[in-house]
Design a protein around this ligand. Sequence first.
Ligand SMILES: NC(=O)C1=CN([C@@H]2O[C@H](COP(=O)(O)OP(=O)(O)OC[C@H]3O[C@@H](n4cnc5c(N)ncnc54)[C@H](O)[C@@H]3O)[C@@H](O)[C@H]2O)C=CC1
Ligand SMILES: CC(=O)C(=O)O
Ligand SMILES: [Mg+2]
Length: 555
Amino acid sequence: MSQRYPEILLDALHNRGTAFTTSERAELGLAGRLPDAVLTLDQQAARAYAQMRNQPDDLARNVYLEQLHDRNETLYYRLLTDHLAELLPVVYDPTVGEAIKRYSHEYRRPRGVYLSIDRPQDLRPALADLGLGPDDVDMLVVTDAEEILGIGDWGVNGVQISVGKLAVYTAAAGLHPGRCIPVVLDVGTDNETLLNDPLYLGVRHSRTRGKAYDDFVASYLATASELFPRALLHFEDFGPGNARRILEQYNGRYRIFNDDLQGTGAITLAAAMSALRVTGVPFKDQRVIVFGAGTAGVGIADQLVQAMVRDGLAQDEAVRRVWLVDKQGLLTDDMRDLRDYQRTYARPAAEARQWQGSGAGLLATVHQVHPTMLIGTSTAAGAFTRDVVTAMAEHVARPIIFPLSNPTERIEAMPADILAWTRGKALTASGIPVDPVELDGVRHVIGQANNALLYPGLGLGILVSRARRVTAGMLLAASEAVAAQAEVGTPGASLLPPVTNLRASSATVAIAVARAAMAEGVADASPDDLVQAVQDAMWQPTYPHLNGNGHRSTS
Ligand SMILES: NC(=O)C1=CN([C@@H]2O[C@H](COP(=O)(O)OP(=O)(O)OC[C@H]3O[C@@H](n4cnc5c(N)ncnc54)[C@H](O)[C@@H]3O)[C@@H](O)[C@H]2O)C=CC1
Ligand SMILES: CC(=O)C(=O)O
Ligand SMILES: [Mg+2]
């Protein structure tokens, strides 16, 4: 123990600061190291909340909360769980985008594991020397930061997306913070601003690609799953070329989950299920335009196609009900620059030629297709213009419009505008949190179609069932469980459950996911009382009794 500053006060997982009791202080050698008063967790939380509120803006609040995170995790999570709807946008989307841009400048201390492509020999010791055994880890969130939210390549700064995603796992689904590891694969960056910034903290060269990159990812997967065989390997914000390729290559071998592809697909399917309960039009009769055919967009298209197939369509009939529009316009089969995963959905070139030539834009496609659903995963702010939205509303009574791009500066249209342009007819949900919209006497509550409303419960379900794989059936169970919690009976009702209720919602999702894992034979645990098992697995931000050595008697 350092005599100048006792170790326990530096150990955020165990530190209680002014809440250490007089006898604990004596036992731990803290006499004289803390002011005299002994506060309760409630009192500490009230003080920290007031300090947080006094910060001038959300970025400063984020920095304040991260410092608290580094000082006292119990108090940090107490604040987050008590004020989930208020603080999720501060520690996560959209403010986390700003925090990532500023990371190298606001840096205070390390959090997580930084794996440098220039030192592949360090990968194993970096994970092995954490002092965690094979049964001690439930979750690793890893990013290579090539496509952070919709703000692009942020190199090592992207570690904060792994930190933010894990904060949501703990706050929203009770994953134990000591059993979760944020990781960044620092493979370089193509962001010139970072490369020219003297304070940039990452590997200072362009992004490594090809075999060296692939070997690094393979080494990460093999090492992480060997050292922590129970952990879910969550992938976040990889670039479109790598995200799907890695998932497809390793899905059968490791317990791996791509949040942008699978999580976003599943939460959007949940929002769509709720919307169809309002319109009464089944999936097999939908016509879907996905604007922005990258990781998230095609992940969503895949989920919607599967829903149409479950509704009775053949696979190719379902695929023909989806139109992908990207930078080139409508994706058609004569285009040479399509990615593999886009090619499945490419329309016959002849179809678009009849309209206005290859690469018809979004508006032209809307005019021709008369879509029932329009999904935005493009990062193109404002792309759902009044013309686009009103053109869609001309042909369908209740257009379903989901502008899902994050953060706020990237959203395709604000829900308030979509509702105003369609005179309240649109059924909408957005990736960012937005306030309810009052229109013609109806209060429209906007559901947050962000994977954060689904992946925490999915992760908890995987943990409780010890599922070896993440299957399509488990993702579907998660979507259905989320959708079932939205009460869409009244005009203007949200298509998704509220963030205020996210902890309960995550528990419900976890039960559904665990049941699906058991039914599919991929679960290594089958608790008799699943409801209780899920409750027991959820960590609570409290100070448990300490044993004589200053350690928690329960964890
Ligand atoms: N709401 C949610 O839960 C989620 C939202 N997203 C958001 O979706 C957006 C895309 O994310 P990813 O799919 O991971 O990125 P990505 O880079 O894989 O895909 C983006 C796609 O949009 C296309 N695009 C870019 N500019 C365009 C334009 N002006 N017009 C048409 N297409 C354009 C790109 O060519 C690319 O195909 C981001 O803003 C991200 O925050 C992503 C995951 C989850
Ligand atoms: C929400 C999320 O995962 C994204 O925007 O990338
Ligand atoms: Mg993401």
